[in-house]
Design a protein around this ligand. Structure first.
Ligand SMILES: OC[C@H]1O[C@H](O)[C@H](O)[C@@H]1O
Length: 333
């Protein structure tokens, strides 16, 4: 099935089922990515860094751009500020169907410092992300066609959505979407209150997409968990029956767990990568796009890993053409 392709005459006449939608709801902002920074500078000094890129960022935009690289046209719902940078940001999203709430605020910006070995540090301004409202999201999320997926990202950066995030996920599910969630990292840490809050979200998810550290943290609500397999069991028990828990393992690949069984996909050894920003977001898109095309869990894990592996070595990222990475979704022989 071709995703979100322009509707054919047959589909328009009602003889062919409408294609599934791929909607993404979350943080859209501007990233200034630069590096490499080895060691932390002394306060009050200046460093010249040799490589940099100003680009659309935020995990929802990263996922939508990854979809554009794969030749898909997702629907991105989020917000922008009310300044010149917001207009620039819109231009970066050409080719993506966007519904972005204009907020009376500066555009949120992240400075992402890249360190040797793939680690990075972000400094993010509050900006417009503070103002995205659930009403705007629900007004722009159309009823789902069969098989549609909506990916929610970065709830911790979106206080307006976070206030009743479980309710928002439940409403998307009621509208017929499979709900996918990438929680991201809570700025206040995994407090008991955050655990209770996130558990109310997990009960609404069909696909939970988290990294290893998030999985271990989520599993350590009552007592500490130090073993990934045990963590997977504990987190899976918080999801609704039949839901998929996907753990992103970086260069080591990914693990999928459903109905009490786990499956691992081993990633291919990556070369030394300068810019790892958006690795998880790219994986999410590859994985979900494959699931929308009815791929098996194993094939979807592989598509997620291939998508991230194709995007990460590219710098600057804005040179990747629409559809250039469509091969990542082709079944492998
Ligand atoms: O998921 C990666 C994103 O997180 C940070 O918030 C940056 O905006 C970056 O693009």
């Amino acid at each position: 099935m071709k995703l979100d392709s322009p509707q054919s005459h047959l589909a328009q006449s009602g003889l062919e089922p409408a294609p599934p939608r791929f909607s993404i709801v979350g943080d859209v902002s501007v990233d200034l990515v630069l590096g490499t920074l080895d060691g932390w500078p002394k306060i009050g000094t200046e460093q010249l860094l040799p490589r940099s890129e100003l680009r659309a960022g935020g995990s929802a935009a990263n996922s939508a751009l990854a979809a554009r690289h794969l030749g898909l046209s997702p629907h991105l719902i989020g917000a922008i500020g009310e300044d010149d940078l917001a207009q620039w940001l819109l231009l970066q999203l050409t080719g993506i169907r966007v519904d972005l709430q204009t907020c009376a605020s500066d555009t949120t910006m992240s400075v992402g410092l890249l360190h040797t070995g793939g680690e990075r540090t972000f400094f993010t301004s509050y900006g417009h992300l503070q103002h995205l409202s659930p009403d705007f999201v629900l007004r722009h999320l159309p009823p789902a066609t069969p098989g549609s997926v909506v990916l929610f990202t970065a709830p911790f950066l979106l206080p307006g959505l976070r206030a009743d995030f479980a309710g928002l996920l439940a409403e998307a599910s009621r509208q017929g979407y499979q709900v996918a969630l990438d929680t991201g990292w809570p700025p206040e840490g995994w407090t008991p209150q955050v655990h209770r809050e996130v558990e109310s979200w997990l009960a609404q998810c069909d696909h939970l997409l988290v990294n290893e550290l998030e999985t271990m943290s989520l599993a350590s609500g009552q007592d500490e968990c130090h073993d990934l397999e045990q963590a997977v069991q504990r987190v899976a028990a918080l999801l609704k029956p039949g839901a998929h828990l996907i753990v992103k393992l970086g260069a080591a690949g990914a693990l999928g767990h459903v109905d009490g069984r786990s499956l691992r996909y081993a990633g291919e050894a990556a070369l030394d990568i300068f810019d790892t920003v958006g690795a998880g977001d790219s994986f999410n898109t590859g994985y979900l796009a494959a699931r929308l095309n009815r791929a098996s869990l194993a094939d979807a894990l592989a598509a997620g890993c291939r998508t991230a592996a194709a995007i990460l070595p590219r710098f600057p990222r804005k040179r990747i053409a629409a559809g250039e990475l469509a091969h990542c979704l082709l079944p492998q022989t």
